[in-house]
Write a protein that binds this ligand. Sequence first.
Ligand code: 13P
Length: 263
Amino acid sequence: MLPLLVANWKMHKTKADALAFIDELRRLWPDRPGCEGAIAPPFTALDAVGGALRGTAIALAAQNVHWEEEGAFTGEVAARFLADLGCRYVIVGHSERRSQWGETDEQIARKLQTVLAHGMAPVWCIGESLREREAGRVLEVVGRQLAAGLGAVTPARMPPGRRGPELPLVIAYEPVWAIGTGRIAEPKQVQEVHAAVRQWLRDRLGGAADGVRLLYGGSVTPENVAAMAAQPDVNGALVGGASLDAKQFVLLAQRIARGGASS
Ligand code: 13P
C-alpha cells in the first residue's frame, strides 16, 4: 500500500509563507516519490494552498472540522466547505484539540462520520499520555478511543478508494508524550501498538482493515523516519515541526518510501 506523509502545520505560516513553501515543494517533489504527500495548512491558507497544489499529486488536508452541516457555530468550519475547497484529508481528534479544547471521543466520532459522508478521508488521531504509558495502559486507552469511533467507520460508510486499494480512512497513532518533545517512541513500541490497532480493525472490518493506513506521529524527523517506516504496520507519518520546511518534507517522503519498500 502506498505510504502517506501528512504535514500538519498547526498554527504556522501566513498565506504568503504557505505559497512560498508550495512553490519550493513543486520544484523538489520527485516524479515518482513512492509515497503520497498531503499538506494541512491553517484554514486561512487552505484555499490558496489548494490552488497552488492543483496539477500536482500532493493532496490538500484540513486540520479540523465541525460535525454539523451549517448553522450558528461561530468560528467553526463545516465538512462541505472543506470538500468544496478540494480537501482529500481532514485531521480529526488531534491530541491538542482533545487536551486544549476538551474534544471528546463522542464529538470525534461525529466528525469522522461527517468527513466520510462528504467523501473525504479522516486522519483519525489516537494516542496515550505519558502517565497512561507509565501505568501500562497504552492498549486499553487506544482501544477505548478506537471503540468510541467504531460506529462511524463501518465498511458501508467507506466506499472503496477511488485511487487504489487504500480505504478512505487513515489512523494516526500519536503518543502525546512524543509530540513536539523531541522524544520519539521506539519503532518496536510503535509497531506493537499498530499491530494491535490492525487486529482491532480486522475484527470489525474484516479484510478491509488491510486497506487502512496507520501513520505514526510525534517528533518525526528525516533522521528517524526510515526506521519507523520499516515497521510492517507503519504506513506513513503525520509530522508537525519537521514538515514546515519544504526540503525536510521531501526528505521525509523519500525516506518513508525507502523504509516502506524494505519492509
Ligand atoms: P511534531 O512532529 O512537531 O512532534 O508534531 C506531531 C504532531 O502533532 C503532528 O500532528
